[in-house]
Design a protein around this ligand. Structure first.
Ligand SMILES: C[S@@+](CC[C@H](N)C(=O)[O-])C[C@H]1O[C@@H](n2cnc3c(N)ncnc32)[C@H](O)[C@@H]1O
Length: 238
């Protein structure tokens, strides 16, 4: 599918990830800070080490790895809509307290992921949802009272500088590399467009508060992703 078609029908996103799953770990390894930043988001959740955690849109398990490194005794379940991404995650070595399953982040009950969870990490997921508000409503319901959610996500709408930097990096590095390694997919052009269209930091924080989340706060990353990738942290009221 072309990037604009994926933007128009985001239910297709997991199918696109099926096509690039075999290259996903290689490409993200070229992104300085990718794994470190996922760990920062996991740490910023401030959970107890034995927490029950949902890794929503877990992909090949890179965000799951960040969670288990941060919370070594946690019970972690990874859910993703892409069969191929989940197949890659399952091939990796994880403790038996970690499990993976295919499921739709827009239907957490149907995915058997209704919780209650002490924490939910959604790394590079919320931007791809066909209905962000519906997804947020479900996440709030699936958190235990006092539970913490972290959206690890790009957000560049608030600043012309970060938007320009993002477009420059995406057009000069991410899209050409993505095309060279996965010629059958337009997912990397979709990535650029979806980031530009996603909420700014203030708008996303307001959206979270409107849904009833409390303690909403945002922290960013370092390097070229400062002001571009963020941890949006919020709680379900106790
Ligand atoms: C950019 S990857 C992020 C993977 C992982 N969290 C990480 O940080 O490396 C986004 C993932 O979201 C998944 N995804 C997109 N829409 C989804 C949906 N509606 N339900 C479940 N997974 C979805 C894709 O299949 C893909 O694996």
């Amino acid at each position: 599918m072309k990037a604009h078609e994926i933007v128009a029908d985001r239910r297709q996103v997991p199918l696109e990830f099926d096509q690039v799953a075999h290259r996903y770990d290689f490409l993200t390894a070229l992104n300085p800070g990718y794994r470190k930043h996922l760990r920062w988001s996991a740490e910023r959740m401030g959970l107890p080490s034995h927490a029950r955690i949902l890794d929503l849109c877990c992909g090949t398990g890179l965000s799951t790895r960040a969670l288990i490194e941060t919370y070594p005794d946690a019970i972690v379940e990874g859910i993703d809509g892409s069969h191929a991404m989940i197949a890659h995650a399952r091939r990796k070595s994880f403790p038996t307290r970690v499990s993976f399953r295919v499921g739709d982040a827009m239907n957490l009950r149907g995915a058997g992921a209704e919780g209650p969870w002490d924490g939910i990490l959604m790394a590079y997921g919320i931007r791809n949802m066909p209905d962000i508000d519906e997804c947020l409503a479900q996440i709030l319901t699936c958190l235990a009272p006092g539970g913490v959610v972290c959206f690890h996500e790009y957000s560049v709408a608030d600043s012309l500088w970060t938007r320009s930097l993002w477009n420059a990096v995406a057009l000069s590095v991410i899209v050409p590399f993505g095309r060279a390694t996965s010629p059958g997919s337009d997912i990397y052009r979709y990535l650029r467009q979806s980031v530009v269209r996603f909420d700014g930091v203030k708008a996303f924080e307001s959206r979270l508060r409107r849904h009833g989340f409390t303690g909403v706060r945002t922290e960013t990353m370092d390097g070229w992703q400062r002001g571009i990738v963020h941890s949006f942290i919020a709680r379900r009221p106790a």
